[in-house]
Design a protein around this ligand. Structure first.
Ligand code: WT7
Length: 651
């Protein structure tokens, strides 16, 4: 296990306990503390009960078929996700309730009611059908945070075409690889998007990507920037969104999907250079996303709920699109950055729209902490009643700041642990039931069978630490890695046998059983809540013609959690100067995307390796974080690392 990223002994001694107030308990969606035990006694019955809150075309015959590691949920059931997010609401008074309140980075505002969203989704579903998209065909979506993005997702769900959303910050090459891996026939994009006042050339990236994507037949192009975009439209292949929509039919029959039919693929980084296409299916995913959204955020009919994630990540899939809309929630959606044009943009929006629930990431909270209280203090934040955190462990200082400065001491904080693979939140407080400790995600939710085990898979008693595992299946779990079922089994169901899901996170439990997540135990970094593989960045670096070898690590960073540091050996004759540093950083941005751009690059004649040739990243981390070197006895040549350390300290 890699070194814990938090001072864990201090955390375990945490004595601050934030009990739910009587008023909070009284009104909570889930106030029956017996729910945990009940769910444990009859897990399948618990999930069946949850599934009954959705609308089914045909009920399931069997709740769970578990042939480890293959799980099938709600077997025989027929259901449609877009029907559950739209049709069933427009049949009620919610028809004219706001589904999405959207604000663009330059300041435009749009409100889409459930009826508006229903109309647009139906039409867009027909648009895709007309372009030949059928049930089972994959569609890649590479778009800005505009209402047409959730519209595209829901339209895919309506016709049963699994979507693969690629975050707009990824490069043309990353996009190309994801399109080819999914073999998408259709790409949906925009002429561009805004990012801190700059233009992001989405369409240009699509053009570059699909030069090498023979599977792509059509591109649908949303006009976001208009004349400013300077784009090329290829006759016959590229179609303007608004033109297609102008003559689209108003109603599209929702496809009756099998509970286990695929809903989407979402790529995430693993321990190799190749991202994994995590596949989620229909019914189980929606059961997990909607139930957790209702319970964890304690969502009420009249709430204005804001999840600040990008829909390009799983948080946006589950907690901007599917969970909230299935629950008939009013959600706020914002296109831009928190510090544009000023560092008070979010707080201005909270006040303007009367946001009640805010769900964001520790990295954002730490950035706001650094900018100072004056920005939130300029605005009336009294509408807030519940705060959420996701993406990485939240350090107690950030938790307290969030609690006091943003929540004014009156809002519970739900620290939610989950992953792309888990589909929905698995470890989190329930606001009406759980006493919170700053920095702990507290307990597994009802129906979730989490444990902490040692190297041999033995459960570690309370007070100890080890690997986080899940010992029973849950409905929203990933079903496979698209196109690579073997890797799915190897990665998640092999470490502790095929019945136990290995999450890849280290975890400790205190004497009261609170879970304290410690970060990844594999070669995966967590940079500003984004998962980035060290291998992926290394292979982008060695792809540069002057790089001989590279080793990448995540080093502690005050704002980002981890920042990328690279140790690079250049080829004979190449110059190791400042220009080379910026050239290599740019190279990585172009290969993967700006989220993977290294913060620091160090040149070295040699990398510390074991006798069998394995790079010792642990020692590089010691160097980069300024610690005394750990055990070096397995090194082939101990002078390499000593030299590197003194070189690093001089630089
Ligand atoms: C990894 C999953 C699904 C949320 C967005 C990230 C880390 C996530 C927490 C938390 C401690 C957390 C874990 C996990 N993580 N939430 N509340 N406390 N760590 O999704 O990109 O699939 O990354 O994020 O390390 O394995 P992801």
């Amino acid at each position: 296990m890699s070194s814990p990223k938090l001072p864990i002994e201090a955390l375990l001694a945490e004595e601050r306990l934030f009990e739910p107030t009587a008023a909070l308990r009284e009104q909570a969606n889930m106030k029956d503390a017996g729910v945990y035990a009940k769910a444990q006694q009859d897990r399948e019955g618990f999930w069946a009960e949850a599934a009954r809150s959705l609308d089914w075309f045909k009920p399931w015959e069997k709740v769970l078929e578990w042939n480890p590691p293959t799980a099938q949920w709600f077997i025989g059931g027929k259901i449609n996700v877009s029907y559950n997010c739209l049709d069933r609401h427009v049949k009620t008074w919610r028809r004219n309730k706001a589904a999405l309140i959207w604000e663009g980075e330059p300041g435009e505002e749009r409100v889409l009611t459930y009826a508006d969203l229903y109309r647009e989704v139906n039409k867009f579903a027909n648009v895709m059908k007309k372009l030949g998209i059928r049930k089972g065909d994959r569609v890649t979506i590479y778009m800005p945070m505009v209402p047409e993005l959730p519209i595209a997702l829901l339209a895919c769900a309506r016709i049963g075409a699994p979507h693969s959303v690629v975050f707009g910050g990824f490069s043309a090459e990353s996009l190309r690889d994801r399109i080819n891996d999914a073999q998408s026939k259709l790409v949906i994009t925009a002429d561009g998007s805004y990012r801190r006042g700059q233009i992001v050339p989405l369409k240009r990236n699509v053009d570059a990507a699909i030069k090498e994507c023979p599977c792509v037949e059509n591109v649908i192009l949303l006009k976001r920037l208009g004349d400013a975009a300077f784009i090329h439209v290829q006759e016959g292949r590229d179609h303007w969104w608004h033109r297609l929509m102008a003559d689209a039919q108003a109603y599209c029959e929702p496809e009756a999907m099998d509970a286990e039919d695929p809903l989407f693929i979402l790529y995430t980084s693993g321990t190799t250079a190749k991202p994994k296409g995590i596949l989620h299916t229909t019914a189980g995913y929606l059961v997990g996303a909607s139930l957790t959204h209702r319970w964890v955020f304690d969502i009420k009919e009249e709430d204005v709920y804001w999840c600040t994630a990008d829909i390009g990540w799983v948080t946006g899939h589950s907690y901007i699109v599917y969970g909230p809309l299935a629950n008939g929630t009013t959600g706020l959606m914002y296109e831009g950055s928190p510090d544009w044009p000023e560092k008070d943009r979010w707080w201005q929006m909270v006040a303007k729209y009367g946001v009640n629930i805010l769900y964001t990431a520790p990295t954002a909270i730490r950035a706001f902490m650094k900018w100072g209280e004056k920005y939130p203090d300029q605005h009336d934040l009294s509408s807030l009643r519940l705060l959420g955190s996701v993406g990485e462990p939240i350090n107690p200082e950030a938790w307290m700041w969030y609690h006091d400065v943003i929540g004014k001491g009156k809002c519970p904080i739900v620290d939610t642990w989950w992953q792309t693979e888990t589909g929905s939140i698995l470890i989190s407080p329930l606001p009406g039931l759980t006493a919170m400790k700053p920095g702990s995600a507290t307990f597994p939710l009802p129906g979730i069978d989490a444990d902490v085990v040692d190297e041999t898979g033995q459960s570690v008693p309370l007070g100890g630490g080890g690997y986080l595992v899940l010992k029973s299946p849950w409905p929203s779990m990933a079903r496979t890695i698209y196109g690579d079922p073997e890797r799915y089994v190897q990665t998640y169901w092999n470490r502790f046998g095929k019945e136990v899901y290995f999450a890849g996170d280290g975890c400790k439990r205190d004497s009261q059983g609170y879970f304290w997540l410690l970060g990844r135990v594999d070669d995966v970094m967590n940079v500003s809540g984004h998962r980035i593989s060290t291998m992926e960045v290394e292979s982008a670096l060695v792809d540069h013609h002057e790089v001989a070898e590279a080793a990448v690590i995540g080093r502690k960073d005050e704002i980002k959690g981890e920042a990328i540091a690279a140790f690079v050996t250049l080829k004979e004759g190449a110059l190791s100067d400042v220009e080379k540093v910026s050239e290599l950083k740019k190279h990585v941005s172009e290969k993967i995307g700006s989220i993977a751009r290294p913060d620091a690059i160090f040149f070295t004649a040699e990398l510390p390796k074991t006798r069998s040739g394995k790079i010792m990243r642990r020692l590089l981390r010691d160097i980069a974080e300024g610690r005394a070197l750990g055990d070096t006895t397995t090194l082939a040549d101990a002078t390499v690392v000593a030299k590197l350390k003194s070189q690093y300290e001089e630089s």
